[in-house]
Design a protein around this ligand. Structure first.
Ligand SMILES: Cc1ncc(COP(=O)(O)O)c(C=O)c1O
Length: 389
């Protein structure tokens, strides 16, 4: 929110950006400003905050910290990742055309197919792993390109810089949903994007105890438009949620390193198992996006997606047999989760759309948490024995 760039290494920014000691009391940790309103010194004389929908100091600290982590100047916090997606989409208006990667989170797809077309925004979908396909989908009214990388759940890697170049050539903005990578592993603005979106519910919050979202931009005019729309539509987080997210962000770096180490162990373990037909993790040197991931990311993340040799019955059995991995929606928390994209995260897609993207009934998604990696492998091993019976 501050409009200045915070210096320092990632870990330092995560712990200090936007989090100077409290002016009023000296509190070292940003207080939870649980207040709706702020008493003014005189008419038209306030101390920077007037009403908590428009701005709240706890939320402002989170917004500045998230901007700093993305290497940008402006952050806006929202009540959920979907509120952030909807907030970013307030940059387009009726008659505008948006080109969208066809491999995207089901909730975003639902907003783009069921809600926003009603307001006159037009969408076209293309395979973003081939940026020339995005270019072909552009038309003179295209104002925005929307991508995710790594994609959910197949963990394909999209070339962010190449997509940014396509957007630039067509006079459009590039928005990147950076939820899976997190700013620890990838900074889309440095790769040429203008808008970064996060579900902070996931790795940024990191403890599966708070829903939230964020949009980060470096351009002042974009920030002004988003800030105006945020205040006008009101989908902001409360101070407690902003505070919890800010607390989570402080440990993002150490968590992401361990998520990745555990994912590497789990992915390697699963790869050797006869019950598994394929293991998708961008850290494998033979993953099709590995080299690209090495170029545009600083690691490979904690998500692993597998295809069961036995198809749907095996996938369902596995999901219902683990004891440490909880069968639950979401990802990015300290605890390991197992999910069945076909009827969970990607339920909103038609079956033929899912199959076209490789999301068949035998696909299982793992959010590898921070438990002991031996315990995680043992849990999966035990569950796979149940699959084999
Ligand atoms: C990539 C991605 N973007 C956005 C969202 C929406 O976030 P939220 O559930 O916080 O609204 C999700 C949720 O799973 C997601 O995975």
């Amino acid at each position: 929110m501050s409009g200045k760039r915070d210096p320092g290494g990632f870990e330092t920014r995560a712990i200090h950006a936007g989090q100077e000691r409290d002016e009023a009391t000296g509190a070292t940790i940003v207080p939870v400003y649980q207040t709706v309103t702020f008493t003014q010194d005189a008419i038209e004389s306030d101390r920077g905050f007037v009403y908590s929908r428009s701005g709240n100091p706890t939320r402002a600290a989170l917004e500045q910290c998230l901007a700093a982590l993305e290497g940008a100047r402006f952050g806006l916090a929202y009540a959920s990742g979907m509120a952030a997606v909807a907030g970013a989409m307030q940059l387009v208006r009726a008659g505008d055309h948006v080109v969208v990667a066809d491999d995207l989170y089901g909730g975003t797809w639902r907003l783009f197919t069921r809600i926003l077309p009603e307001y006159g925004v037009r969408f076209r979908y293309a395979d973003a792993t081939r940026p020339e396909e995005l270019a072909k989908a552009c038309e003179p009214a295209t104002r925005l390109l929307w991508i995710e990388s790594p994609t959910n759940p197949m963990l394909r890697i999209v070339d962010v810089a190449a997509c940014a170049e396509v957007a630039r050539r067509h006079g459009a903005l590039l928005a990147v949903d950076n939820t899976f990578a997190t700013p620890f592993l990838q900074n889309p603005i440095a790769l040429g994007a203008q808008v970064v979106v996060h579900s902070t519910t996931k790795y940024l919050g990191g403890h599966s105890d708070v829903i939230g979202g964020a949009v980060v931009v470096d351009d002042e005019a974009l920030h002004e438009r988003l800030r105006f729309a945020q205040n006008a539509t009101g989908g902001v987080p409360g101070p407690w949620d902003a505070w919890l997210t800010l607390r989570g962000v402080k440990t993002l770096a150490v968590r992401m390193r361990q998520h990745e180490a555990n994912a590497a162990r789990v992915a390697g373990f699963l790869r050797g198992r006869p019950e598994i037909a394929a293991v998708h993790w961008p850290g494998f040197p033979d993953h099709p996006g590995h080299e690209l991931a090495r170029r545009q990311m600083r690691g490979f993340g904690g998500m692993v997606t597998i295809e069961l040799a036995g198809g749907e019955p095996s996938a369902r059995r596995l999901c219902e047999s683990t004891r440490i991995f909880s069968l639950a929606e979401s990802l990015g928390g300290v605890e390991s989760l197992i999910g069945y994209p076909w009827s969970m995260s990607h339920a909103a897609f038609a079956p033929e759309d899912k199959r076209r993207k490789g999301i068949h009934e035998g696909v299982v998604r793992l959010s590898v948490g921070l438990e002991d990696a031996d315990d995680l492998c043992e849990d999966l091993s035990r569950a796979l024995q149940a699959v084999g019976q």
